[in-house]
Design a protein around this ligand. Sequence first.
Ligand SMILES: Cc1cc2nc3c(=O)[nH]c(=O)nc-3n(C[C@H](O)[C@H](O)[C@H](O)COP(=O)(O)OP(=O)(O)OC[C@H]3O[C@@H](n4cnc5c(N)ncnc54)[C@H](O)[C@@H]3O)c2cc1C
Length: 427
Amino acid sequence: MDAKRSSADVVVVGAGPGGSAAAHWLARAGAQVVMLERARFPRDKACGDGATAHSIDILDDMGVHFDDFQGKGARTLGGLIGSPDGGTFAADPPPLENGRRAECWVVPRLVFDERLARAAQAAGATLLEESSFAAMSPHDGGWRVAYADASGARTVDCKVVIGADGAHSAVAKSLGLDENSPRHLGYALRGYYEGVEGLTDKLEIYYYDTRTLPGYGWIFPTGDGLANIGIGIYVGELRRSKKKMRELLDDFLATTPAVAARCLGARMIGRAIGWPLPVSSANRPTVFDGAMLVGDAASLVDPLSGEGIYTALVSGRSAARAALQALKAGDTSRSALRAHEREWRAEAGGYLSSGRLLKNLAKSGTLLDLIVRKAASSVYYASRAIGYGLGTLDRRRALRSIVLKAIFQPSFFVPRRRDEARYAEGG
Ligand SMILES: Cc1cc2nc3c(=O)[nH]c(=O)nc-3n(C[C@H](O)[C@H](O)[C@H](O)COP(=O)(O)OP(=O)(O)OC[C@H]3O[C@@H](n4cnc5c(N)ncnc54)[C@H](O)[C@@H]3O)c2cc1C
């Protein structure tokens, strides 16, 4: 295939998880795909690097396996959650239906994203690196996409454009969308640390400060004794805190009881980097005439956890399937491409909408303290809470259960004396 082909069935803009998933499924089905990527791989991306359990089957289907990362990364098997009063619990999620333990991966995006882009190439997609999308204009029933590479301005013609160019999506702007309002925007910052004591095979999440809720800090082991440590916060709380992200990250490490002592000898390698989190809001369109948005460009970050790799993969795949159907039918109109939205909503809509509601509950430090206490006192609840967090259980049930118990059985959250004793012992 001509590396600089000037026409294709589909142009995918951005080679993060969303773009690579879209390009992979399109090319695998025989479509001609050009993927424009502004950077050159390997390229970094601010992230906690956590691909949680519900992403793993999709990655598997793309031919991406943990062993491909050759020791650069860690496999994790459960989670730990801490609440503002310093309580914690740790558990594995319930086993999967096939009896296997649910695993998550923490793989630095420097490595992870390149592997996904190679999976798209292996399926037959043309990847153009250092090629930055500039504009798109209607052309011959499709689009003429203008981009710039080292040799100057270029164009490629196509029937469908898939915008997978992340939080500041230029494709979304070309389609007339503004960036999210602060209500639907978070910000996260992370650094890699060495010398953190007591790393395990758990993803650790700490709701450490009532003033930054529903924001939280995380410690994810990345293998080789290193940890990816960061904080995520909504823009409203960030402004109210009057602190810089780096100060909040340092606060998290210095003030969280279960973290501070373990980080006394910790040292950041390189520098902390941050990026916006465009969280899912009910009304942002993802389908247009001849165009679709996926991942962060479609504002599909989970409002509760800030997780966006899973929804980028899901929406990349649904955009590819919708484009394939539309190309086959010779109709790439908005109504023909609606299959994209139907599919990502069917797969991840419940996860995102319950995330929106749970995020509001997670603004209450008192409720978080009570939930963590309850989970710390019961292996059953602990395991289920982690399953909801890692995407192995349908979290709509968690939401229903919390709301129903709060209304009809508030005593559920009151720890029994036996639980209190166990909680105080850290059991
Ligand atoms: C600090 C932090 C921690 C996070 N932690 C996690 C986590 O642990 N787990 C999780 O699931 N999610 C996490 N997220 C969210 C996750 O990183 C994103 O949701 C995810 O990367 C979205 O994937 P994407 O493919 O939509 O976009 P991106 O990964 O942002 O990829 C977009 C791509 O488009 C390219 N691009 C941009 N503009 C152009 C252009 N004009 N032309 C061509 N190419 C362009 C970029 O170079 C990039 O390669 C975190 C986010 C942050 C900021």
